[in-house]
Ligand binder design. Structure first.
Ligand SMILES: *[C@@H]1O[C@H](CO)[C@@H](O)[C@H](O)[C@H]1NC(C)=O
Ligand SMILES: *[C@@H]1O[C@H](CO)[C@@H](O)[C@H](O)[C@H]1NC(C)=O
Ligand SMILES: *[C@@H]1O[C@H](CO)[C@@H](O)[C@H](O)[C@H]1NC(C)=O
Ligand SMILES: *[C@@H]1O[C@H](CO)[C@@H](O)[C@H](O)[C@H]1NC(C)=O
Ligand SMILES: *[C@@H]1O[C@H](CO)[C@@H](O)[C@H](O)[C@H]1NC(C)=O
Ligand SMILES: *[C@@H]1O[C@H](CO)[C@@H](O)[C@H](O)[C@H]1NC(C)=O
Ligand SMILES: *[C@@H]1O[C@H](CO)[C@@H](O)[C@H](O)[C@H]1NC(C)=O
Ligand SMILES: *[C@@H]1O[C@H](CO)[C@@H](O)[C@H](O)[C@H]1NC(C)=O
Length: 434
């Protein structure tokens, strides 16, 4: 596998050589914009487009994409087509946009890094970022860093999917962590929508391969928030979608489901979306009817799938259970399906340690599912390590320089962490969509 990466690198260097087929992953921006038709995403030429992506988080405390103290923007971006991927899911925090609206002085790289890591470590990490990325200075703002990342993604032919991951910038997701449901401690609905209006317009105008917006990552139960029900989901998600569509009319809009985005079947099944008795949404109902929206041909459903139960289910069982969580959306032959939508598995992943891919049936059945239903996907995640990670439920809650054993890249973002894992998961998922 490593050998293949090296030969690809050499191919990149040689303009005279015909591009190997794996470089098809590089996208020509002129295929944008995308629209949806039934269960498919179509590019400008009318060809079906499947997202084959990894996640690159930028929603944690510093609020810039991870890894820049280890490698340059250009070098991190170059891994994406080298893996055979055609797109990336970039995650952001609404807090970043709030700081733009309030004109906060805390938006420079210097202050962002020091606020997150403290003076001593922050000063060191800032120096590392600037050494690896000499186009930045300590005064470069977070948004300027994002713009540089997006510009490089455009240059290297990588489609950008932008995901609103959290409101307050830290690791996602825990129950009652404040970011989980509309109206929860940090999840101010107006600021979320205001944030989308700003960033989708900005991305539309400035990011050459910006293609789609994921309205909110992993909605989940919260003890202290608006009622947790499909009616509340409908009201706020369609408001946010209106805001995105107004600001970036070409962008696809991804709708995630409930309970950490593990199910969304109510939408393709056209069910009545109910409120909750005994709350402010009692007796309220709505219906998600695509033809009622100006963004009718932009709607994509997203779903997440992890292996927290370390499944040993045989694939027929695994696939049947998972199908019922929303894959009706991509099956015109299912008589229960009321509306067809494209579907993307916007998070899946597991530890990249060389053996896990074969320890449960998850990886194998996931590949079969993608092969059966031809849905796009986004691996979690490219990061080999984080600037820092705050997880309120862990002791200690904050760890600087934490290694990410699920990352495609190693700690230093300089090599593939587990070629055998990539060969047996990512590569097979790519092949499933060829
Ligand atoms: C800037 O960051 C400092 C340190 O975290 C904080 O005390 C201050 O409130 C922030 N200022 C603004 C305008 O957000
Ligand atoms: C950063 O901004 C400060 C204040 O505006 C200025 O004095 C300084 O020269 C700038 N430094 C760099 C490296 O741009
Ligand atoms: C909403 O309530 C109706 C009537 O009880 C029920 O048929 C429908 O399945 C409910 N919707 C969802 C998404 O559960
Ligand atoms: C909801 O409907 C029930 C049955 O029609 C009624 O008894 C109840 O008062 C209604 N609740 C509200 C909050 O309107
Ligand atoms: C990989 O991770 C799994 C799950 O934690 C563990 O059971 C297995 O022993 C690990 N493999 C190696 C080679 O460490
Ligand atoms: C692990 O690999 C072996 C050998 O290829 C295969 O027989 C077995 O089914 C795999 N196990 C799982 C859970 O995929
Ligand atoms: C500073 O960074 C080092 C190296 O990453 C780490 O071991 C140490 O815990 C950090 N200090 C704090 C206060 O987190
Ligand atoms: C990362 O790079 C540092 C400095 O070059 C080196 O000391 C360290 O061993 C590397 N770590 C890994 C896990 O490769």
């Amino acid at each position: 596998m490593l050998f293949e990466y090296l030969s690809l690198l050499f191919a990149f260097a040689s303009v005279a050589t015909a591009l190997p087929s794996s470089l098809k992953a590089r996208i020509d921006p002129s295929i944008l914009p995308f629209v949806t038709l039934g269960r498919d995403i179509l590019d400008r030429n009318g060809d079906v487009f499947y997202y084959k992506s990894t996640n690159w988080p930028g929603h944690q405390e510093i609020m810039i994409p991870e890894g820049l103290q280890h490698a340059s923007v250009a070098s991190i971006v170059s891994w994406i087509p080298m893996f055979g991927l055609n797109s990336v899911r970039l995650t952001y925090a609404t807090e970043m946009i709030d700081d733009i609206y309030s004109n906060s002085p805390n938006q420079t790289l210097e202050i962002s890094v020091i606020n997150a890591l403290g003076k001593d470590n922050g000063t060191i990490v800032l120096q590392q970022i600037l050494e690896r990325n000499p186009e930045f200075t300590k005064n470069t703002t977070r948004l300027q860093v994002w713009d540089a990342v997006a510009k490089e993604l455009g240059k290297q032919g990588v489609i950008v999917h932008l995901d609103n991951h959290v409101s307050k910038a830290f690791w996602c997701c825990g129950e009652n962590d404040g970011n989980g449901w509309f109206g929860e401690r940090f999840f101010n609905v107006e600021k979320w929508i205001r944030g989308w209006s700003f960033i989708s317009k900005h991305a539309n105008e400035n990011w050459p391969t910006f293609a789609s917006a994921g309205l909110r990552n992993e909605l989940r139960n919260a003890a202290s928030a608006e009622p947790v029900d499909w009616y509340t989901w409908y009201i706020h998600m369609t408001d946010a979608a209106d805001a995105v569509h107004k600001a970036a009319p070409d962008a696809l809009i991804f709708f995630s489901g409930l309970s950490y985005d593990t199910y969304i079947d109510a939408i393709p099944l056209g069910k009545t979306l109910n409120g909750t008795s005994g709350t402010s949404t009692a007796n309220k109902t709505a219906k998600f009817v695509p033809s009622e929206f100006p963004f009718e041909d932009k709607i994509v459903l997203e779903i997440h799938k992890y292996d927290f139960e370390a499944t040993q289910d045989p694939c027929p069982t695994f696939k049947k259970n998972w199908y019922n969580k929303g894959f009706q959306a991509v099956n015109p032959a299912d008589s229960a399906t009321k509306y067809l939508f494209p579907m993307v598995v916007s998070e899946w992943g597991f530890i990249q340690n060389g053996t896990y891919w074969n320890q449960t049936t998850y990886n194998k059945c996931l590949i079969e599912m993608v092969d059966d239903w031809k849905v796009g996907w986004m691996q979690w995640e490219i990061s080999g390590s984080f600037y820092l990670q705050t997880r309120p439920s862990r002791t200690p809650p904050t760890i600087q320089g934490l290694e990410e054993f699920w990352g495609l890249l190693d700690y230093n973002w300089s090599a593939v962490r587990s070629p055998v894992t990539v060969e047996n998961s990512l590569d097979k998922l790519i092949a499933a969509l060829d």
